[in-house]
Every structure is written in structure tokens, then in C-alpha cells.
Design a protein around this ligand. Structure first.
Ligand SMILES: *Cc1c(COP(=O)(O)O)cnc(C)c1O
Length: 399
């Protein structure tokens, strides 16, 4: 079968809920992937930052294979010998007191929302069914019905109603608007420290600190969604670390498994995650020993191989190189660590064309919104890789 055969099968038998680039990948190693015709590409998307440790990292692969041959699933009806170790290691790494493991990122966000509501009723004393949660315009937190309720992207919600009540939207990066939106019923503020899918949007310097102060003053939980920005992507363990801010709860996912397996989690305090009683919440696969073994090794790789530091160094280098490209098409280059957005001018004709041109040159990127190209290679990427990429990116941006 060739690429066209695979594409035809997928388009025939699969729902069309994505519009992928027509590259059929069959193998990956580190920052690189190969298509079915044997062409090599530098992966500059990293599966939306799920591949921070690179494709098929040998240590994570070994952990996966060993664990898969021993025990894969117990359900939480029984205990297993991996979950307690992952929970302890995550708390020691991040400084949080408790972990609730799930699978996809959206499930971690749903879990955080449920925790916040129950905390609101049982700890803060909000009257029954009145809890409000504040979210930001331009957010991306996943695709469940409740989560798309507070998306400001009309397509995400159109024809999926009726939606979930209890959410309020404020502009991203505007701390005064957050404070003005708080009522006695507000239980939480959910925010991405950098909006990833929203187009790599950085809030003004000092925003997260002000959010922390405001949430403290009003007894509102500050929940950071670090599913994309976390685990080293921005050159710190968490993007909130750039402002030395500690949210009350953090959602993580994506790179928690190094791209091998869906593993997500909510990290928080005993006060917040302690609200769950047996039977309140759960997931058949959440906390399964295979996922936990993979996540444990993925975290070790991140720390022991210095990938967080490499993200900062390589991010600085790549952003500097991109910013120096002289091109009439580029409006702005922005980002932090290896989460970089190149915003094109509206008259450039859209980012998709540029992504297709980059694909022809051996670089895989995906547009986000109409006019933004995101560059987010695996954190194992080297300066030589980036030099190779810039030799190709520069002429495409100038074409
Ligand atoms: C990807 C993402 C999610 C959703 O994760 P899934 O695993 O796709 O459900 C949630 N929040 C942010 C910030 C994300 O980038």
C-alpha cells in the first residue's frame, strides 16, 4: 500500500473530525519521523506536546514492554504496585500533596472541575447547584460537552447543545476582568498559563501572580491547565514556574506518558482532592499499572536527561533564529521554551499553505487558527536539528 491507499481508507472508513496533512507516518525516533515512502521529517508538533521525550524513547519503551508483560490493568477495584509509586513520585517532583490519575487531558480537566465544584459546596459553603467557574476567552481545555460549553470557538459547540450551565468567560490576560467577574458563588478560575491551541498566546508579565493574589483574596481555586505547557515544554517544569506561582490545582497529560499511552492527572492539595469519597468519581483505566509504569519512566527521562533545560536553551535559539528571518509574511514570533508561534500577516494567505510547503521540505508543523504556525519539536531536539530546519524554514517564510 502507498500513501494514497492509506489516505483513501481513512477517508472512507473514518469520521472526518480532523483535517490532517497528507503525510502517512510509519516510524519515529527522537525528533524525527519517516513516512511510508521512506521520507524523513523533523517533527515540529510533537503530537501537540505529548512527545516531549521524543518518539519511541528507548527507556520508556523498555518500561512499557516490561510492564505489559507483567500486569496491564487491575481497575481501581483492586490495588496495583505501580500507582502508589507514580503518585509519590509526582508529588515529590511537583510539591503537590495528592494526585488523581485519569487518561486523556479532557478527563483531567473534567476531574478538576468536579473537584472544584464539590470543594465549593463542601468547603467554601456555596449554596447547592449555584457554583460558578470562570474561564478565559480563546481557551482550549478539551472536547467533552462540558468543556466545549466554555470554549469561545463557535464550531466546537455548534450543534452539540444543550450545554452545561455554571461557566463565565473573561478575556485572557486581564486580571481586572477576572476580579470583576468573581461572585460569592465563584469556586474556581481555570486558565492555561500560555494558550496553546489558542495560538501560543502569552499573557502580560505578572498576570499569573495577580491571578494568584485575586484567587487568594476571594477564596477561589486557581486551576492551571498545564496539559500542553507543562512537563518541560516552556523550559520550566510548569509554565507557571516562570512567575513562581503555585496554582491550587494543575492538570497534566500529554507528555506525562512520553507519547506512549494516554495518561493524565490532577495534582492538588489534600483540601481539594480530599473532597472525593469512594464512588464520587472514577475511570476503569485511570491509574492502571501500564500507564503508571510508562508515566514514571517518562518523568524520570524528562528530569535525568535534562530535557527541561534543553527546552529552554533550544527554545531561545530557535526563537532567536525565527525572529531574525526577514519576511513580509511574518507579523510576530512569540513563545517560551520550545512552544513557539509564528503569526503571519492576514494578507499572507493563511498558515496552512506554509505548513504544506514545510512538509515538502521535511518539516512537520500544524497551523493553529488561520494565521499561526506553531513550532514545538520534541525537547530532545538538538542545535544541529534546528540549524537543518532553519535552512528550510527561512526560505518558506520568505516565499
Ligand atoms: C490537548 C489539551 C487538552 C486536552 O487533552 P486531550 O488528551 O486531547 O483530551 C486540554 N488542555 C490543554 C491545554 C490541551 O492542550
Amino acid at each position: 500500500m502507498n500513501a494514497q491507499d492509506y489516505i483513501l481508507l481513512e477517508d472512507t472508513y473514518g469520521a472526518h473530525n480532523y483535517k490532517p496533512l497528507d503525510v502517512v507516518i510509519e516510524r519515529g525516533e527522537g525528533a524525527w519521523v519517516w513516512d511510508v515512502e521512506g521520507r524523513r521529517y523533523l517533527d515540529c508538533l510533537s503530537a501537540y506536546s505529548a512527545l516531549n521525550q521524543g518518539h519511541c524513547h528507548p527507556r520508556i519503551l523498555q518500561a512499557l514492554v516490561e510492564q505489559a508483560g507483567r500486569l496491564t490493568l487491575t481497575s481501581r477495584a483492586f490495588r496495583n504496585d505501580q500507582l502508589p509509586l507514580l503518585e509519590k513520585e509526582l508529588c515529590e517532583l511537583t510539591g503537590y500533596e495528592m494526585v488523581l490519575p485519569m487518561n486523556s487531558g479532557a478527563e483531567a480537566v473534567e476531574t478538576a472541575l468536579k473537584a472544584a465544584r464539590k470543594w465549593g459546596y463542601t468547603v467554601k459553603g456555596v449554596p447547592k447547584d449555584r457554583a460558578e467557574i470562570i474561564t478565559c476567552a480563546g481557551n482550549f481545555h478539551g472536547r467533552t460537552i462540558t468543556i466545549v460549553t466554555f470554549s469561545t470557538e463557535e464550531q466546537y459547540k455548534d450543534d452539540f447543545g444543550p450545554l452545561t450551565p455554571g461557566f463565565v468567560t473573561v478575556p485572557f490576560g486581564d486580571a481586572d476582568a477576572l476580579e470583576a467577574a468573581i461572585t460569592p458563588y465563584t469556586v474556581a478560575f481555570l486558565v492555561e498559563p500560555i494558550q496553546g491551541e489558542g495560538g501560543v498566546i502569552l499573557p502580560p508579565q505578572g498576570y499569573l501572580r495577580r491571578v494568584r493574589e485575586i484567587c487568594d483574596r476571594h477564596n477561589v481555586l486557581f486551576i492551571a491547565d498545564e496539559i500542553q505547557t507543562g512537563l518541560g515544554r516552556t523550559g520550566r517544569l510548569f509554565a507557571c514556574d516562570w512567575e513562581e506561582v503555585r496554582p491550587d490545582a494543575v492538570t497534566i497529560g500529554k507528555a506525562l506518558s512520553g507519547g506512549f499511552y494516554p495518561v493524565s492527572a490532577v495534582l492538588s492539595s489534600r483540601e481539594v482532592l480530599g473532597v472525593f469519597r469512594p464512588g464520587d468519581h472514577g475511570s476503569t483505566f485511570g491509574g492502571n499499572p501500564l500507564g503508571c509504569a510508562v508515566a514514571r519512566e517518562s518523568l524520570k527521562v524528562l528530569v535525568e536527561e535534562g530535557l527541561i533545560e534543553n527546552a529552554e536553551r533550544m527554545g531561545r535559539y530557535l526563537m532567536g533564529r525565527l525572529a531574525r528571518v526577514e519576511s513580509d509574511a511574518v507579523k510576530e514570533v512569540r513563545g517560551r521554551g520550545l512552544l513557539i508561534g509564528v503569526e503571519l500577516k492576514p494578507e499572507a494567505g493563511g498558515a496552512r499553505r506554509y505548513c504544506e510547503a514545510l512538509q515538502g521540505q521535511g518539516i512537520l508543523c500544524k497551523e493553529t487558527h488561520e494565521n499561526i504556525i506553531r513550532f514545538a519539536p520534541p525537547l530532545v531536539v538538538t542545535k544541529d536539528d534546528l540549524d537543518w530546519a532553519m535552512e528550510r524554514i527561512e526560505p518558506v517564510l520568505q516565499s
